[in-house]
Design a protein. Structure first.
Ligand SMILES: CSC[C@H]1O[C@@H](n2cnc3c(O)ncnc32)[C@H](O)[C@@H]1O
Ligand SMILES: [Zn+2]
Length: 430
């Protein structure tokens, strides 16, 4: 199967390369050529790129995909109340089939808004993997582990099974991590056990860190440390790649401690804003050379999975925090949402950039709209003006998942019927 995109404005996200007009040839799952003009070959599926911008698909570095079923069910609460009183009781009622449909709802929204890969942490991960397999998106899947009660090793066994069963599946679209949920739900013994297993088998870790001031207080009263120090003391950063979600409440010395870490931080500005968590010190992390990517968190908290909203919110927060509009400029935030997040998912050697040899994970944005004209600066336009509804075409692994805004791997009517019935049953009486 070959695809030829003709005469698009191309933003490759390669270092020091300005946007230019040209063609992109895709063969199988890879980009094979990018040039000013590429001849059509027999059998090519030709996509008209005129008035469109081709860029790498966005990578959502922190998600809880089935929480799309809980979007709008419980808003305007503090994180711990929201989790304990609303989310956990609802999750206890979710069947594996609910998880499957919730993940599909989430994936539909992501494909529609230009996300081509995501990092997920949840329960019943086999069903999420099935949804990823069917829909064609790329994902790094993690069985989230809360160790506050003895479970006879069930969660850890499920995490190991996920890795063994799904790593590298779907032509490499599916990868896996281990997911101890957070410092406040993982006492040191099981945490050390997971870290040792991750080191032994070279499996990356995905964990929430320092999301709220309450978490900082809790960890301080339990261990007389910051949440970051707690993970450092447990040996988390010694030999493993770690994806840290949130990292809002880091002291200056916490940031220095993370310098040189493998992996990095998934910044979730919309969720942090909505839950009133605080502003993550993104500019300080970047100064220390820490990789920062962007994520949404689950739709239960963020409400939207549109990464273009995260891009805007990330810029606005750093500018506001420093009282300085030069902070987190457009090219840097786009780097975070593509190459930065791809690094957090350990796929940066083939995802996050448009280049020959890279995976064909890309989007076409329709620029023929009043809010996207005139075009002075493509990167500014993408960061500050584009939104998810402007995405015209989404391609992952060389497969077109959305064309002219029609989803090709999902039946939306069936999807909306299923999720409405299931969502109502799950939340009833909570
Ligand atoms: C055990 S699977 C993952 C677990 O995480 C919960 N969750 C969703 N959003 C957040 C958040 O912002 N901080 C901490 N935990 C969160 C989700 O409800 C699942 O139970
Ligand atoms: Zn989360």
């Amino acid at each position: 199967m070959s695809i030829l995109i003709q005469q698009a404005t191309i933003l490759t996200m390669q270092d020091n390369e300005s946007p230019f007009m040209g063609d992109i040839r895709i063969e199988g799952d890879r980009i094979v050529q990018i040039a000013g003009h590429i001849a059509v070959q027999p059998g090519d599926d030709v996509l008209d790129g005129r008035s469109k911008l081709a860029m790498p698909g966005l990578v959502n570095a922190h998600q809880h995909s089935p929480m799309s079923l809980l979007r709008g069910f419980s808003d305007d609460l503090k994180l711990m109340d929201w989790l304990d009183r609303k989310m956990l009781p609802a999750e206890a009622r979710m069947t594996p089939e609910d998880i499957y449909w919730g993940a599909k709802l989430c994936i539909a929204e992501m494909i529609r808004s230009g996300t081509t890969a995501f990092a997920d942490m949840y329960i019943h991960m086999n069903e999420i993997a099935e949804a990823v397999l069917e829909t064609g998106i790329r994902a790094s899947l993690t069985r989230g582990m809360v160790f506050m009660e003895e479970d006879g090793g069930r969660r850890l066994k499920e995490a190991v099974d996920l890795v063994q069963r799904w790593s590298g599946k779907a032509n490499g679209r599916i990868t896996t991590m281990f997911g101890p949920h957070s410092p406040y739900t993982c006492p040191v013994e099981p945490l050390r056990e997971v870290i040792a297993m991750a080191v032994r088998d070279d499996i990356p870790l995905h964990i929430h860190l320092a999301e709220t001031i309450e978490e900082v207080q809790k960890i301080h009263s339990r261990y007389n440390m910051t949440p970051t120090e707690y993970l450092v003391e447990a040996g988390m950063f010694e030999q493993t790649h770690v994806l840290l979600a949130h990292a809002v409440h880091l002291s200056a010395s916490d940031v220095r401690r993370l310098k040189g870490m493998r992996g990095g931080v998934a910044h979730n500005p919309v969720s942090n804003l909505k839950l009133g968590c605080g502003i993550a010190p993104i500019e300080a992390m970047r100064t220390e050379g820490i990789t920062v990517g962007l994520g949404t968190d689950g739709a239960g908290s963020a409400t939207t999975l549109d990464m273009f909203e995260e891009i805007k919110a990330a810029c606005w927060l750093q500018k506001l925090d420093y009282g300085d509009p030069t902070r987190l400029p457009a090219p840097d935030v786009l780097h975070m949402a593509t190459r930065g997040s791809a690094k957090l998912l350990s796929v940066h050697d083939e995802v996050g950039m448009l280049a020959p040899g890279y995976k064909a994970d890309l989007i076409l944005i329709d620029l023929a709209k009043p809010h996207l004209q005139p075009i002075h600066n493509v990167e500014s336009l993408v960061a500050y003006s584009v939104n998810g509804a402007d995405v015209h075409t989404t391609i992952v692994d060389g497969q077109i998942l959305m064309r002219d805004r029609k989803l090709l791997t999902l039946d939306e009517d069936e999807l909306y019927r299923e999720v409405n019935v299931r969502a109502k049953r799950i939340v009833e009486g909570i």
